[in-house]
Design a protein around this ligand. Structure first.
Ligand SMILES: C[S@@+](CC[C@H](N)C(=O)[O-])C[C@H]1O[C@@H](n2cnc3c(N)ncnc32)[C@H](O)[C@@H]1O
Length: 284
């Protein structure tokens, strides 16, 4: 199980996040069931001294990262809701969904929306148990366990009865592409296009390349480099903002919007991860 997923869970329970929201309940229970790493994080975030310790560690290694997750998720949810309410999006496929509560929340709010979440078996098993316990496993929420490094997304979706190629669809790859090499990203995005015969949108994030061509957050320190390397979660790919539109065109998508890191009263607290919205060109 990825350490980053657990850190994202801790950010969902952090004081200031909406109390008792589905995401917070899901995150707390996931941490409880995720072995010693999850329980340590839960204990630290639930105690003032522990939060100060964690904040100090993060301040030294990757300042602002917990708030960045909130910033990213807040943008994503408002964009997707807008697409559902105004653009007739009927299906949401979340690739590498982790323990995020977005799919459960949206499937409850929009009963006409079909949600398909995909992640590795260990993650899906825990999430399924917790959502069942929280009575949040709706009929329009389908959790699929798969290793996308070993199987094709197009085949997986074709074999998923709940998925329909004919529905206007939004695919979300949040915090996922940076762990894949360029060829795997090309395959993934091509398979997204092949899977859907209706309008297709992509919401994704990818690391920005620094001046040395390395994918990383602007404020990423050596401790974060080391932690990511030890947990096997080093960023292996990235892009510059200037290259993003052309890169997407080569993969069959047109960039709609790159979310600016600097916004009046809503700056990205930890810049370096590009969040963008794109639409698929139709498959010839
Ligand atoms: C950094 S987490 C992001 C989770 C979630 N999207 C979020 O932003 O809250 C990356 C997720 O991708 C999943 N993942 C990584 N490689 C995968 C693969 N080959 N197949 C399926 N899921 C994968 C991990 O298990 C993990 O849950």
């Amino acid at each position: 199980m990825s350490n980053t997923s657990l850190l994202i869970c801790a950010s969902q329970c952090w004081p200031g996040s909406p109390a008792n929201s589905l995401s917070q309940q899901l995150a707390k229970q996931v941490l409880q069931r995720s072995g010693w790493r999850g329980r340590v994080l839960l204990a630290l975030q639930g105690w003032r001294g522990g939060r100060a310790l964690l904040t100090g560690l993060l301040q030294f290694s990757l300042p602002g990262i917990m708030a960045h997750y909130g910033w990213r998720k807040q943008h994503i949810v408002s964009w997707i809701e807008q697409q559902i309410e105004q653009q007739n999006t009927q299906q949401l496929v979340i690739v590498g969904a982790g323990f995020d509560g977005l799919g459960a929340m949206l499937s409850a709010k929009y009963r006409q929306l079909q949600v398909v979440e995909i992640d590795k078996v260990a993650t899906i098993n825990i999430k399924q148990d917790v959502l069942r316990q929280l009575h949040a496993l709706r009929p329009n929420l389908c959790l699929k366990a798969a290793d996308l490094g070993r199987c094709s997304l197009a085949q997986l979706l074709a074999d998923t009865a709940e998925f329909s190629a004919e529905r206007p669809t939004l695919m979300l790859a949040e915090g996922v592409l940076m762990y894949l090499p360029e060829t795997a990203i090309n395959n993934l995005l091509q398979q997204m296009r092949q899977s859907v015969n209706a309008p297709l949108q992509l919401v994704a994030s990818q690391m920005q390349l620094d001046q040395h061509g390395k994918p990383r957050f602007s404020q990423q320190g050596w401790l974060a480099d080391m932690a990511l390397a030890i947990s096997g979660e080093r960023f292996v790919s990235g892009i510059t903002p200037q290259a993003l539109p052309g890169w997407l065109v080569n993969l069959g998508f047109n960039l709609q919007q790159l979310v600016p890191a600097e916004q009046p009263e809503n700056n990205d607290p930890c810049p370096g991860e590009l969040l963008f919205y794109a639409t698929a060109k139709s498959v010839p």
